[in-house]
Every structure is written in C-alpha cells, then in structure tokens.
Design a protein around this ligand. Structure first.
Ligand SMILES: C[S@@+](CC[C@H](N)C(=O)[O-])C[C@H]1O[C@@H](n2cnc3c(N)ncnc32)[C@H](O)[C@@H]1O
Length: 289
C-alpha cells in the first residue's frame, strides 16, 4: 500500500500559485519554488557527510527528548517541511506514526518513494500543505512530537509557523524540535573556510544568507531571535543544542567521510555545551508548551 498522500486545504490550493511541472505534477501550495525544481539534489545533499551529520545530530537530539510512553506505537509525530521525509522515516522505524507535511509536490514524491523503500509507508501519512496554514491542516493538540527542521529559513512568517506548531502539541510532555541556520555560523564559515573577510564582515548583521545548494537566499537566526520566537509562541525551552559546531570549520586535510564517526562523537559532546551554541552552523531548540 503506498504512503497515504493527501492534498490538503482545497480552498488554499485554489488561491495558491499554480504551476505544472514537466512531469505533469501540480506544484501548487504556496511554499518555496526552489524545492520544486530539483528535489533529488536535496536528497543527494543529505547523503554527503555534511548532510548526514546535520540529520544524524539533530535526530540524536530529538531521541534524547522523546516523550516516555510504555507503548511507542501510541506516539504521534508531525514532520513539518519534511522534505524527503528522512526524519519521518527514522521516527517511523521506531514505531511512531508520522504525519509529514511539505509544500513541494516534488519533495513529497521523493518522500513517498523513500518511505516505501524503507518499508515504513504504513506509518507515514504524507500531506501537501503550507506550514503557515498548519491550523487548517492538523487537529489542535494532536501530536507528541513536532519537527520543524530547516523550514523556518524559507517561510515568510516564522512566528506564525511556530505558533501553529505549538497549537498542535498534545500537552506538556510533547516536544517541539526546531532546527535553524545560525547567523554567526555564516560569519565563521566565510572567515575560516573561505578566508573571505569581506563576506565575514557582511554576514555579521545579515538577516539573510546565501544558500549554496539552490542559490537562493536563506533566513539566518540568532539565539536571541529564536528565544523570542519561541516565547511568543508560548513555548518553554527544554534544551538548546549546537549542530555542526565544529565540522564546518575543520581544516581540509581532515577527511569528512573517513573521520565521520569521530566527528559525530565530538559534535555530540560539543553540541550540548552552551558555550559552543553561538558558533554552530545550526541551532536546535527542544521546546515544550
Ligand atoms: C531545507 S528543506 C528541509 C527538509 C527537512 N525538514 C530536512 O531537515 O531535511 C526545507 C523544506 O521545507 C519545505 N517548505 C518550504 N516552505 C514551506 C512551506 N511554506 N510549507 C511547507 N513546507 C515548506 C520545502 O519544500 C523543503 O522540502
């Protein structure tokens, strides 16, 4: 049986920007058009050491905070801006039932194939929808785990998305995981990796960075900005984690592939230390109602 694929919010679809891809899919729901053009490029990135590290570290942090239930099958998760559903598949492998929402039909196609190949399609419901519209897509107070990983960088109103995410958390034990790109990480990468002092200086106060995979702009966050967004959504921070605190700044002579396990172990230790949060490429927040 294929993964459940529901096109949501018909009215929303009607008013949304409509386009037909060469394959004949309708790329309709308002979202980021860059993820429609070449979803497989993003899937390939997730297989690189950098992509794997971001996914492995952020998932390990989520696992540390999974709500305790005698029966894991009773947990319900929402993966918002799921992309290829890489995180959804990991949750489903644990026995958790996942609703995976993305605005991109092309991403959902990749997600559908991936969940079928992983043999967890019966535990993942795929929905096409705009994260800004979450309250019209999902029932309030219905999820124990909500992932919002590398989505806020691409939406016009991160605050609206977080308030929606808060509204679908089931109760005080439910956990929201937010992963965003850190502004300071752009500064350090430009200075330490590229040796580009002008770019480093420019990034110091930049609200937007340049995204290397598709070339568009990407919203940057500071710890203070995320703290304020979560507070505004009535969320309390349970933990803050740095993701790729050091990996992006290592000298070239260190093989990212050969030293993967060692880098991962070092990252796990550094990522939970508050003094390294500010330098990480990504910041992950675990928050509760
Ligand atoms: C950088 S990818 C992250 C994918 C996944 N969460 C991960 O961590 O690998 C961003 C995803 O957000 C989706 N997206 C962008 N804007 C969106 C919106 N307004 N509503 C729902 N999804 C959106 C894109 O289609 C893309 O799949």
């Amino acid at each position: 049986m294929p993964a459940q694929r529901v096109s949501v919010s018909r009215a929303r679809l009607d008013e949304a920007v409509r386009a037909v891809t060469p394959e004949g899919h309708m790329a309709t729901v308002k979202g980021e058009s860059r993820f429609e053009s070449d979803a497989s490029r993003y899937a390939a990135y997730l297989d690189t050491p950098e992509g794997r590290l971001r996914a492995d570290l952020s998932f390990a942090n989520v696992q540390d905070f999974l709500p305790a239930r005698p029966d894991v099958n009773s947990l319900r998760a929402l993966d918002l801006g799921c992309g290829t559903a890489a995180a959804s598949i990991r949750l489903a492998r644990l026995g958790i039932h996942v609703t995976a929402v993305d605005s991109s039909a092309a991403m959902l196609d990749v997600a559908e194939r991936g969940s079928a190949e992983a043999g967890v399609h019966d535990r993942i419901g795929l929905q096409q929808g705009d994260a800004v519209d979450l309250t019209n897509i999902c029932t309030a107070r219905s999820f124990d785990i909500v992932l919002c990983h590398n989505l806020l960088e691409y939406v016009d109103e991160p605050g609206v998305v977080l308030r929606g995410a808060a509204s679908v958390l089931r109760g005080p034990s439910a956990i929201l995981s937010v992963l965003v790109r850190n502004q300071a990480g752009e500064v350090l990468k430009a200075a330490l990796r590229a040796g580009d002092l002008a770019a480093a200086e420019q990034s110091l106060d930049a609200e937007w960075g340049q995204e290397s995979l598709y070339g568009g702009r990407v919203r940057l966050f500071t710890p203070e900005a995320v703290d304020a967004l979560l507070k505004d959504a009535s969320l309390t921070i349970a933990a803050r984690r740095g993701v790729r605190t050091i990996a992006d700044y290592l000298p070239e002579r260190i093989s990212r592939a050969a030293e993967y396990e060692r880098t991962f172990a070092l990252e796990r230790r550094m990522g939970s230390r508050e003094e390294f949060l500010g330098i990480a490429r990504y910041m992950q927040y675990l928050a509760r109602l």
